[in-house]
Ligand binder design. Structure first.
Ligand code: ADP
Length: 549
């Protein structure tokens, strides 16, 4: 017997309608490239999003057509988030930090019909345009007075088009499974692949983000969105904040610590989300400037971080310096991205501070709606004992079922599970701990060494700013860990001090065979350590040394 309840499609436009109706005066604050603060509300964003929808009709973008953005976090980008998807077109958020060839590949593959870009990217679009004949319009996200020079055709002005577009637009009642946004994986191996989200997956994912043991968003929150809008839907914040009427603070291109601090202070931010690299810089700056800034005046209570593992020292510093709880999350572009979040359990109420941090360094527990499992190379389930390492597999309502245009073929196993390529343990409480990307594990004489664990420890050393461990070739053990370190400004290189620091904290045979000091470590366009590059440079580093030893 079927139930007798209504079934309404889960659409992104309904999120916006809700926020614009029931949280109409809640602010959306954004800071432009020039530092100017722009204040808007959900009601205004909704009206302008409707104008965007009419603009797309005028530009002749067909339903389902792809509309690209090359833009920082700002109110216009947010309007496109809602306007493009609400109108049944697909928003393709492009990461402007990708290499030129990758951008051309991605935008051609997506068949982007229009590109909305921040004026600062005018030189970039000029380079891209000759390679992208399918783009019918290049729209600068600014007013007529700020139009950049760019040899692209046609070059149009967002504010002019918006003013010419009617403010009324009835959001179509789309199939909830219709595509809404498109995001490409960074493709550290092979070509980038497109992940095509749907309205349904996006709305369900937003519920999980809002949940108390998710990011715990509410109407009382003011959220600093440091994670870029072009990275995996900015972890759902544009959607989940609208779902509960939270204020959003969009920082634009300036992500230096002082700029972040002033926004946190002036906009009363209670929550902030971004990758650990940003917080690493922020905390170092906050510590150095303690005398002249007032951390106690901040309302910040939660920072959420993911993409790479936030080190223990960062979690402790947030707690000790600012009374901030770091919520550690794990996911992938392919998983919308939220799968696990490190919210405490009831039993943590009485736990010692160190034990809470032990929990926070792990990647968190599965949220409802996405499932994880730990398997051996043959696919058999492994125990949740916190020790056994296996591959993480995921499935769920916001996990990819295949890549755009079938790239990569079938990516699910017979039971619908997606292989993440991440090696992890799961403890008896259900907390997942990533030990490595499968391809980054150091295989020393048949035993596995976790590069992430050594990196996390190394950055707890007072002189270390950032650390990477790679598998370096070794004549006897096949691979041994090599630690590559960027020191904090002013620190003197001292290998022995770092090795001594690690020695008591990890098994002896995990100790890196050597430490290399570098001025800076290479990163991917999404802020991850670019280990392929480090391996290219240092894979043979130990061979000569080991032979001579
Ligand atoms: P990219 O486009 O760079 O692949 P993703 O965000 O899709 O970006 O990357 C997903 C991968 O990032 C995961 O498979 C995992 O290896 C890594 N990752 C994500 N969150 C964390 C985390 N909290 N700790 C460690 N690694 C993480």
């Amino acid at each position: 017997m079927l139930g007798l309840m209504q079934q309404r499609p889960l659409l992104i436009s309904s999120l916006l309608d809700y926020a614009a109706t029931w949280h109409c005066r809640r602010e959306i604050v954004s800071r432009g490239a020039d530092g100017a603060i722009h204040r808007s509300t959900y009601a205004e964003i909704a009206t302008r999003s409707r104008r965007v929808a009419n603009m797309l009709e005028t530009l002749g973008i067909a339903p389902g057509g792809r509309v690209a953005t090359l833009a920082w976090n700002g109110h216009r980008h947010l309007e496109l988030y809602y306007g493009v998807t609400g109108a049944g077109r697909v928003l393709h958020t492009v990461n402007p930090r990708l290499f030129h060839d990758q951008l051309v590949y991605i935008m051609d593959h997506a068949e982007d019909a229009a590109v909305f870009f921040d004026p600062v990217f005018a030189p970039l679009v000029e380079h891209l345009a000759p390679h992208l004949p399918k783009v019918r319009a290049w729209i600068a996200l600014c007013g007529a007075d700020a139009m950049p020079e760019a040899a692209v055709s046609p070059l149009l002005c967002y504010e002019t088009l918006l003013a010419d577009a009617a403010p009324d637009f009835a959001w179509p009642e789309l199939d909830e499974n219709a595509a809404s946004t498109l995001c490409y994986t960074s493709g550290t191996t092979g070509n980038p692949k497109g992940v095509l989200y749907s309205h349904r997956s996006t709305v369900l994912h937003a519920f999980a983000a809002c949940a108390t043991d998710g990011f715990a968003f509410s109407a009382r929150d003011s959220i600093l969105v440091v994670v870029p809008l072009f990275h995996a839907n900015a972890w759902s914040i544009p959607f989940s904040a609208a779902m509960c009427g939270a204020k959003m603070v969009l920082p634009g291109p300036k992500l230096d610590p002082e700029s972040i601090y002033t926004l946190l202070r002036d906009e009363g931010c209670t929550k902030a989300g971004g990758i650990p690299t940003i917080w690493l810089m922020f905390l170092a700056w906050a510590e150095a400037n303690r005398g002249r800034i007032d951390l106690a005046a901040l309302k910040l209570r939660h920072v959420f971080a993911g993409g790479t593992a936030p080190p223990r020292a960062m979690i402790e510093k947030f707690r000790d310096m600012m009374g901030v709880f770091l919520l550690h999350a794990w996911g992938m572009t392919e998983t919308s991205p939220i799968v696990t979040i490190g919210a405490p359990l009831a039993r943590h109420a009485d736990a010692a501070p160190d034990q809470i941090v032990d929990m926070q360094v792990k990647q968190g527990r599965q949220v409802f709606g996405a499932e994880v499992k730990l398997v051996d190379p043959l696919g058999a389930a492994l125990p949740h004992d916190g020790k056994t390492v296996g591959e993480l597999k995921v499935r769920g309502n916001w996990v990819v079922s295949g890549y755009f245009k079938g790239e990569g073929g079938n990516v699910l196993d017979a039971d619908g599970w997606f292989s993440t390529g991440d090696a992890a343990t799961i403890d008896p409480d259900g907390y997942v701990q990533l030990t490595d990307r499968l391809k980054d594990i150091v295989k020393s004489g048949g035993e596995w060494i976790s590069s992430i664990e050594i990196e996390n420890l190394a950055v707890s050393h007072p002189d270390v700013f950032e650390a990477a461990v790679i598998a370096a070739e070794h004549p006897k053990w096949q691979e041994r860990p090599l630690l590559i370190v960027q020191l904090k400004p002013g620190a003197e290189p001292d290998k022995q001090s770092i090795l001594d620091f690690l020695a008591g904290r990890i098994a002896k045979w995990w100790l890196p065979d050597d430490v290399v000091f570098v001025d800076s470590l290479p990163h991917t366009a999404t802020g991850k350590l670019l280990k392929t590059e480090l391996r290219k440079r240092y894979a043979g580093y130990l061979l000569g040394k080991a032979a001579g030893a």
